[in-house]
Design a protein around this ligand. Structure first.
Ligand code: ADP
Length: 486
């Protein structure tokens, strides 16, 4: 494909500051989900290359952690500038391999870069502590030190930001990193590595190991069994997260996990309905519904149920489905055939159990992996769609009567990532905010992501927080020094 800077189109892995093929010179294909066309043949790596990358990161760790924070910050800042300067190429690459509309891809590049800027600054503020001591001849100090070599496994839905959100705090803290990007979207990851190199990132500090779906377990196996790796940071599905956590248990590696969600989106009788519809559109249909914070269950209080459903349908029917590079398109294809089959199955199951399709409900006439933006009403808790993460452009509407009932229903899930609700009564706003068992709550707000706030889940949605002043903690060990004999 054509980019303004063709140097950003990389197909080799990036290990120890060098662009390398897989040891057996094997490749896997990266497809454009909008057209089915092959975009690239990318290095298909496995355990051997992962070990090489981990060893390179280990060699780089000593010198990198020994830089003063400002020196690391300067390199990160340069990387941030280069990401922004190349926003258009990075967005084009992202839309080509991931499918999201170009406007969303451009937004993600800025969002992704914001973590690099944020942690370039935050790394300078990795303050320790001096603690009043427990003895007259003793002094207590606390040092914060980088945890060591970090392995990161990322998904395809945010090919840029899921990487920067892990890599930037890790690097700022003084760790070195090996990243395995999602197999559907390695090109965005490799372009980021190219820009890191141009920013002056020393060799071995940031490595990218690419591999096909079949090799993911081998790469993950090496990352979790190699004693050099001190920390695994994973974003992806809950089953794979649990598996990796089990694998890490053997060496008590630290883990950060950003897993699935089952976000409730609650509209109370006193809500501003137009604002609630705008929030639902943003939360539900962004990235064709393929985000872990997408509204997954829309609970609407009985008094406004019909009005909300009608307004939402009006907004959804204005959406334009198509190839993300075309002007005016607001919803691209789903990532692959497996994703469409899953969404189709969930809609069919809901219909069979009595749900009504208000709009959409099937594959789009464009074919391929395009799916119609869909609204279902009359959805109930016994349908699969109530407990499974949809990861597609389907909004199931549930009717509820009371606040207590909806809080109970909203919390009736093993997940706890994001929740949203719309209400104006201040007492209700406070009660519901406290009652929701979620790591993130959007109140009269459908878009909650920003580098300045802590992103992460409770229950089976994960461990740790990304972004904000808390984001650095995931990559730091606290060391207590007890100085006696004074
Ligand atoms: P999704 O359904 O979003 O693709 P996955 O959890 O399957 O979610 O994928 C997220 C990331 O985890 C991808 O980079 C994928 O290659 C990787 N992955 C999948 N299976 C494994 C595994 N067994 N070990 C390590 N990584 C894996």
């Amino acid at each position: 494909m054509k980019l303004a800077d063709q140097g950003l189109f990389k197909t080799d892995g990036y290990i120890d500051g060098a662009w390398v093929q897989s040891v057996q010179a094997q490749t896997f294909d990266v497809l454009n989900p909008a057209t089915g066309d092959k975009l690239a043949s990318v290095a298909d790596m496995g355990a051997v290359e992962t070990r090489q990358a981990i060893e390179a990161a280990d060699r780089a760790f000593g010198p990198w952690k020994s830089l003063i924070a400002k020196e690391r910050a300067n390199i990160l800042r340069k990387w941030f500038d280069l990401i922004l300067e190349n926003q258009e190429d990075l967005a084009q690459l992202m839309t080509a391999e991931q499918g999201k509309p170009l406007a969303e891809a451009r937004g993600e590049v800025i969002y992704g870069a914001s973590f690099v800027e944020w942690f370039a600054e935050e790394g300078k503020r990795m303050y320790g502590d001096v603690i009043p001591s427990h003895g007259a001849d003793k002094r207590i100090t606390v040092l914060k030190q980088p945890i060591g070599v970090v392995a990161a496994i990322t998904p395809w839905n945010f090919p840029n930001a899921m990487i920067t959100r892990k890599v930037a705090p890790a690097l700022a803290a003084g760790c070195t990193v090996v990243v395995k990007p999602g197999e559907d979207t390695p090109l965005s990851a490799l372009a980021l590595a190219e820009l890191a190199e141009r920013a002056g990132m020393p060799k071995g500090v940031f490595n990218v190991v690419t591999g096909c779906k079949a090799n993911a377990a081998a790469i993950g196996g090496e990352m979790t069994s190699n004693p050099i790796v001190k920390k695994l940071s994973f974003t992806g599905s809950t089953p794979v997260g649990k598996l990796l956590m089990k694998q890490c248990a053997d060496q008590v590696k630290k883990v950060s996990l950003e897993l699935g969600g089952n976000a409730p989106f609650i509209v109370f009788d006193d809500a501003d309905l137009d604002a609630a519809v705008a929030g639902a559109m943003a939360s539900k249909y962004r990235n064709a519904g393929q985000t872990c914070v997408c509204a997954n269950r829309l609970y609407v209080q009985a008094g406004v149920y019909d009005a909300f459903a009608a307004k939402l349908a009006e907004a959804v029917e204005k959406m334009q489905v198509g190839n993300g590079v075309d002007a005016g398109v607001t919803q691209g294809p789903l990532i692959n055939e497996a994703a469409v089959t899953k969404v189709e199955g969930l809609v069919r199951d809901a219909q069979e159990k009595g749900a009504t399709v208000v709009t959409g409900g099937a594959r789009h006439a464009l074919g391929g992996t395009f799916f119609q933006p869909t609204i279902l009403t009359g959805v109930t808790g016994d349908m699969r769609i109530a407990s499974e993460e949809i990861f597609g452009p389907v909004a199931p509407l549930y009717k509820f009567e009371s606040e207590e009932e909806v809080i109970r229903a909203a919390n009736d899930t093993p997940y706890g990532l994001a929740a949203y609700f719309y209400a104006r009564d201040i007492g209700r706003v406070w009660r519901v905010s406290e009652g929701l068992e979620y790591g993130i709550v959007g109140i009269n707000e459908g878009i909650i992501s920003t580098e300045a706030a802590p992103f992460g889940g409770v229950k089976e949605s994960g461990i740790g927080r990304e972004g904000s002043k808390y984001g650095l903690d995931d990559f730091i060990e606290v060391k207590y020094l007890c100085l006696g004999g004074i």
